[in-house]
Design a binder for this molecule. Sequence first.
Ligand SMILES: [Zn+2]
Length: 78
Amino acid sequence: MQIEPMMKAGRSMGGQGAVVHGMHVGDKNPRQIGNGTKALCGTSCGPRSAGWAHMPNLQVTCERCTKAAQRAAAQKGE
Ligand SMILES: [Zn+2]
């Protein structure tokens, strides 16, 4: 399972308090993730938003995404 750090693009991007979500991109190119694709926590970008930005150098900061990733990793280890 490939979890990539993704941020909602736009004005808040890179600013303080901007949340970095985790997303399972699989075989897809993280740059080609569409607005409607959901992060692990279930959030997605609206159709009129700037979409997702791949932030490979950042850590996932969304708590719900982090927990979902940990759960998935734990299940895989069974
Ligand atoms: Zn999230």
